[in-house]
Structures are given as structure tokens and as C-alpha cells.
Design a protein around this ligand. Structure first.
Ligand SMILES: C[S@@+](CC[C@H](N)C(=O)[O-])C[C@H]1O[C@@H](n2cnc3c(N)ncnc32)[C@H](O)[C@@H]1O
Length: 187
């Protein structure tokens, strides 16, 4: 049985055109350009898959997960156009487990689930990196959406990964004109 999140997001993706161009999120591009070939990587709440597909194109062994089966079908179509192999897992991350693995990198971009973030560290490999980019409430100064419930409070992001060592945290207007909190953390 599909969840309310799945129904809502499936409807949104069904009505939208699949992006033609791959546009890796700025933080993922900056932080994970050195990803090793065949490194296991998990892209959570992947949407169209820009983070995970770019990493697959860099040679990583990427699994993309999202609640929307419609989004994941688009990810698979985009992967075959790009000529890369990826795994996709349809999962409601609010209620379900994190896809099994010991991930060298986990990316979480523009998806805020305050209960999920503290759980992601447990799925990292010993040298794995958690890479998170989520908009903050400052974003409302320029944009009505996302609404406040999908936005981080200033300086909140590091508090959501208390068991990890934060190696980077910054909050600023980014090249995409979104005010994003960025975080990179390890075990
Ligand atoms: C704003 S989009 C971001 C997508 C992508 N990470 C990006 O940066 O473009 C949020 C994504 O979270 C997914 N999502 C929403 N609720 C979810 C849930 N409970 N479990 C897993 N994914 C969920 C949606 O389907 C959507 O793809």
C-alpha cells in the first residue's frame, strides 16, 4: 500500500517534465569530485537523481532511494540515457529502514526529515562522508517555497547529527539563489 508521501510526490513528478540536463548540487560537486571508482554511495530522497547520477557518472556504485516510484522510473530512464548503471530503491524513509549497505558517501539534498538525519551516520562506512544541503528559513527572504516546515533553523543542521564529527558546516546564499545549510560529517 502506498504512503501519503508517495501519492503526493508521485503526482508531482507525474505532472512534471523530466529534466534533460544533469545539474549536480553545488556541495556534492565540490565535496565528492574525488569519489573513488566503485565506491558505494547512497543518494536519499533523490528526486530526479541529479546528485546520484552525477556520482555514477564519476564511477561510483550508486543507489538512489526515494518514496516516489515515478521519480525513480525517471532516474532509471536518465541513467540509461547517460549510459550509467544505478540501483534504485522505492522506500518511505519516514517509516522504513535506510537501504542496507556501508556507504562511502550518503547525499541528502533538499530533503529535511529531522528524525532521519541522525540515523544516517549508522549507515556510513568507517571513512564514509555524510553530505547534506538543505535550505534554511533565511530562504524565505527571497522565496515563498519551500515553506517553513521544510526549512532548517539557523545553525540547526549540526545539532541533527550529534554522533558524527562535522568537518564542514556553512550557511549562505548559494549559486542556485537558495540559502542553504551545508554539512559534511564523518563517524
Ligand atoms: C525537494 S525534493 C528533492 C529531490 C532531490 N534530492 C533534489 O535535490 O532535487 C524532495 C524529495 O524527497 C522525496 N520524499 C518526500 N518524502 C519522502 C519520504 N517519506 N521518504 C523518502 N523520500 C521522500 C520526494 O519524493 C522528493 O523526491
Amino acid at each position: 500500500m502506498s504512503s501519503p508521501d508517495a501519492e503526493r510526490w508521485d503526482a508531482r513528478y507525474r505532472d512534471a517534465a523530466i529534466p534533460q540536463l544533469l545539474s549536480p548540487p553545488e556541495l556534492v560537486h565540490a565535496e565528492l569530485a574525488d569519489i573513488a571508482t566503485l565506491a558505494p554511495v547512497l543518494d536519499v530522497a533523490c528526486g530526479w537523481g541529479d546528485a546520484g547520477l552525477w556520482l555514477a557518472d564519476q564511477g561510483a556504485d550508486v543507489t538512489l532511494t526515494d518514496v516516489s516510484a515515478v521519480a525513480l522510473a525517471a532516474v532509471e530512464a536518465r541513467a540509461s540515457e547517460l549510459g550509467v548503471m544505478v540501483n534504485t530503491v522505492a522506500r518511505d524513509l519516514a517509516t522504513g529502514s535506510i537501504p542496507a549497505g556501508r556507504w562511502d558517501a550518503i547525499t541528502c539534498v533538499h530533503y529535511l526529515d529531522r528524525a532521519l538525519l541522525p540515523r544516517l551516520g549508522g549507515a556510513l562506512s568507517p571513512t564514509g562522508r555524510l553530505v547534506v544541503a538543505v535550505a534554511t528559513t533565511t530562504n524565505l527572504e527571497r522565496h515563498e517555497r519551500p515553506s517553513a516546515r521544510f526549512l532548517l533553523e539557523p545553525d540547526e543542521l549540526p545539532t541533527l547529527v550529534p554522533d558524527l564529527t562535522v568537518t564542514h558546516h556553512s550557511e549562505a546564499w548559494r549559486a542556485n539563489d537558495v540559502h542553504e545549510a551545508w554539512l559534511v560529517a564523518q563517524l
